[in-house]
Design a protein around this ligand. Structure first.
Ligand code: ADP
Length: 499
């Protein structure tokens, strides 16, 4: 299964140029002078020491963002001008695709080939999408019932705090930053402590592109300190968070207990993939494999509950076991590899504990189940059969390469089982029958339904959760609404025949 799960230091190490906080257009040390280590998940070795921001640093960054919002030109310039600067940032990012992808591979164990072909080009395109939207943010003309006229203004919400996770460092950075920039907001980004490097790199690109000082600040540091200081800050108008459901709850609490700031949450998932008897089995096997093991299972929308109808179940089990064994685990810088290491020791141990729990709960280990190699945080693609709905491996978000396979008989049973989760991020449906596809799509309580495909993200497709997967959309024109507020303006019409 594994080609090289022992570090792979032979592959190129990118140069680390930026390790300080980015506040008001400058790289600065943290007020305390403290730093923290960011580590290479291939080996567990330290890559760099990065400035450890805390409350005082968040205060400085928020002050810079507040000043840029209250007195600076970014919210006041035309949307067209903002769009031009964002286009320039997209061009600069495009010129540095390789370097940024390398930082994410090194910091997060992500496949370099995909970073270069998908993640970073995807971020470039998303920036361009929102750059194009920046001058198309309109209010409405209101038809009042009396002798008044009115209109609405869509105004930037103010200073935004973005708290982002480690599984897609650059993608998440631009998911949040791009629409917020387009609307004229100013912001403080708190990247995940596991993957701080690419955010710092992108911040200085923004300055080069012409984003004014103070508009985009990056404070690296830990969640319980820097993250908590941002979500409870009295001068932050909105928090946009992506991460675990547990931390999402803390963020919402902090917002409620401070200044009632707006909150949007993109949280965990335990997404089902429902495969009907009429599906092409080989395609279903490929999609299920991708749905669970892609990005080593570190994706909130991973499809890890695979429901297969009884007519094709046995054939599916045989084929998915073979496919899992041919999935190549190893160094993420190696183009042959399909799965790199889990992001850090904590996640690695969490996933292995869930695999143990699955065995203790009585599920059958079909394939995988162990660490891979002696060094770093590699885990074999793992599949359990005989999984029961109530088992924790079927209910909890594992965030690793672990699939739970389950059988169903009828469409009603499939819908009921798919909805038997506290989460509601996404679902996959595989069938050739349009009626089945439509019925299941409408019956599942989840924010995205992929029919005969999976992970089919696109700039224009809103993405976000139902239920305990959160609320508020990233991507698409809906994401702009998270960073806007609506003001109503009403004036009397003097001289109107009705006065
Ligand atoms: P995961 O469990 O997948 O590591 P988390 O939800 O813990 O994801 O982390 C997502 C982001 O939330 C990270 O940037 C992290 O630093 C931040 N974070 C963690 N704890 C808190 C907290 N108490 N308040 C605000 N942000 C936090």
């Amino acid at each position: 299964m594994a080609v090289d799960c022992n570090g792979g230091e032979s592959f190129k190490m990118p140069e680390i140029k930026f390790t300080k906080l980015f506040i008001n257009g400058q790289f600065v040390d943290s007020v305390s002078g403290k730093t923290f280590e960011t580590r290479d998940p291939r080996t567990g070795d330290v890559i760099a020491n990065v400035a450890e921001g805390d409350k005082e640093d968040i205060d400085l960054a928020v002050r810079a963002a507040r000043n840029a919002f209250d007195h600076g030109k970014w919210p006041r310039m035309s949307g067209f001008e903002r769009g031009r600067i964002m286009m320039k940032l997209a061009d600069l990012l495009e010129q540095h695709i390789e370097e940024v992808a390398e930082l994410d591979s090194l910091d997060g164990g992500k496949l370099l080939t995909l970073g270069k072909a998908m993640d970073i080009p995807g971020a470039v395109n998303l920036l361009r999408y929102y750059a194009g939207a920046a001058d198309k943010i309109h209010g409405e003309t209101l038809k009042l019932s009396r002798e008044y006229q009115g209109y609405t203004l869509k105004e930037p919400i103010g200073v935004v705090g973005h708290i982002i996770p480690w599984n897609y460092p650059t993608t998440m950075f631009f998911f949040k930053v791009s629409p917020a920039l387009a609307t004229g907001c100013t912001m403080v980004v708190k990247p995940a402590e596991q993957t701080p490097l690419s955010a710092l790199f992108c911040a200085q690109l923004a300055k080069k592109a012409g984003v004014p000082d103070g508009v985009l600040n990056v404070v690296t540091g830990f969640g319980a300190t820097a993250g908590a200081a941002l979500s409870s800050h009295m001068d932050v108008d909105k928090i946009s968070f992506t991460g675990s459901t547990e931390v999402g709850r803390l963020v919402m609490e902090a917002a409620a207990k401070s200044n009632l700031k707006h909150v949007s949450l993109e949280l965990g998932g335990k997404s089902p993939v429902i495969i009907f008897d009429d599906a092409d089995v080989d395609m279903a096997v490929d999609l299920a494999r991708i749905a669970t093991f892609f990005n080593k299972g570190e994706i909130c929308v991973s499809g890890t509950r695979i429901y297969v109808q009884e007519g094709i179940y046995d054939e599916f089990v045989k084929k998915i076991a073979e496919k899992a064994k041919s999935w190549v685990v190893g160094d993420p810088f190696d183009p042959k590899v399909q799965q790199g290491p889990q992001v850090d020791k904590v996640q690695f141990e969490k996933v292995l504990n869930y695999i143990d729990l699955g065995k203790r709960e009585g599920a059958t280990l079909l394939t995988g189940g162990k660490r891979c190699g002696e060094k770093g945080y590699y885990i074999e693609p793992t599949i359990f059969t005989d999984v029961k709905e109530e088992m924790r491996i079927a209910q909890d978000e594992i965030f690793g390469p672990v699939m739970s396979l389950m059988k169903f008989k009828t469409i009603e049973e499939a819908i009921e089982k798919a909805n038997n989760t506290r989460y509601g991020l996404a679902a996959g449906v595989l069938t050739k029958d349009i009626n089945t596809a439509n019925r299941v799509s409408r019956s599942i309580r989840a924010g995205t339904i992929w029919i005969n495909c999976y992970f089919a993200f696109d700039n224009d497709v809103p993405f976000g959760g139902y239920k305990m997967s959160g609320f508020g959309k990233d991507m698409g024109m809906h994401a702009l609404d998270k960073y806007l507020q609506v003001k109503s303006v009403v004036t009397p019409i003097y001289g109107s025949p009705w006065l």
